[in-house]
Write a protein that binds this ligand. Sequence first.
Ligand code: SF4
Ligand code: SF4
Ligand code: FES
Length: 493
Amino acid sequence: MSNQITLSINNQSISVPAGSTIMEAAQKLGVSVPHFCWHPGLSIAGVCRFCMVKVEGMPKLQIACNTPATEGMKVDTVSAEVKDAHKWALEFHLINHPLDCPICDQAGECELQNYYMKVGKYQSQMEDEKVLKPKALDVGDTLVLDTERCILCSRCVRFEDEVTKTSTLGIFNRGDQATIGTYQGRKIKHNYSYNLADICPVGAFTAKDFRFKCRVWFLKEAKTVCPGCSTGCSVNLFQNSNQREYYRLKPRHNAEVNGHWMCDTGRTMYEHLNASTRLSAPLLNGENVTFHAALQAVSDATKSVSADKVAVVFTAQFTSEEYSAVLNSLKTTLKGTPKVFVWREETETEESFDGILFRGDRNPNTRGMTEVLKQESVGASILKGDFSALANAGAELTLVFGPEVESAYPSLAKALSRFVELKKSVYFGNTLNEVAKKFWLRIPVKTFAEKSGTFVNFNGVAQKLKANPPVYPAVKAVDEYFADLGKLAQSAV
Ligand code: SF4
Ligand code: SF4
Ligand code: FES
């Protein structure tokens, strides 16, 4: 027996798995049915009554989100009767919604605004005073709640009940007094709070980290992968490209990796991208030098040592292509394999997992790095709190590839102070870290947002990074530097 059923929506035929709703069938077909309370990552509430459709043979309009699709069903989403139902449902939602749009941070990405432009009943018949409710409530470290703007869709309540299972939110009172709020004395305190601002279709929940910083129409979004842990959530990164300034990350749906969500730790992964925190030029013995001079210094240093006197220290925050480039380039120039070490943060609990997305391995490419080391038949020693294996290696040149996300390495300063003690140590990193200034040579590198390459998550899912315009155009990715080093070596022959 086939598990598929076939129905038609606006005279277009579509097959969906048995058990699907009309809304799911419409989504699959690319037919937009207005909705507020339905969200593909949450249970069905059927409370907003916005998603009305006509089903042939049924006397009244039906809600698409909670009506099962059946074999041979004929659905209409565009007739005058259906459009009129959408207009009136929207009008109902606007009865008590404040006229906040000019001062609301959701403007530009508010579903109420967007639907008003698409299906609004432009001449309101509402004559009564609007019901006033509490505004700008501090409901936790990350969010502000404006209960007057809430349209009582209950998405946030279901998120708290079903995803984080923290059940902090409820809808209190009845009728036009019904109000969204936290239970008495409770605050929203978990690592997934910003998802509430994402799923709230209006400006009731706004993110403290983003509100009033930039109007959304100035932002361009780019698909990328969160570097915050080994889950590697698919995300969109938002940049004001006129200012080359990054403002926020939001989750991008990926059924294989993160579903619809991401964690709050991951939301901070734009902070280290902006110019104010970045190293822009190489430092040789504490002095600014050109990129050419810096690479020449590395090239000269590799010529005067044998492979067994060179140490490479990797962190698992670079792309697979970068690890391959370093190992292949050094094998060629040194005519042998250097000693390879993997630096892990000493406080990390690599195997820990919060049961939703966030993992104790705060590196996005542990698996990719391990695969490259295996492909290149290179054995690596782990440095975790104890750096004696490196100190005793007798290296005369050490190349350290530091973590891009320094906040994931609370013991960074301690580790760096051990590396700077070594003879001729070179640090590839991107921030203005004071300890790292003491390295013999310091070379800035591109961040995950600025380079192409691959991260392989804990589960073996490989995802590509896409290069956005770099904050400092002269700064390159590690694989690009090693391509340049290869050319320098050839030109010297
Ligand atoms: S606060 Fe937002 S998500 Fe929650 S019920 Fe109100 S409109 Fe829906
Ligand atoms: S779970 Fe990990 S990869 Fe996903 S958003 Fe959080 S830090 Fe980023
Ligand atoms: S989306 Fe169907 S009732 Fe709200």
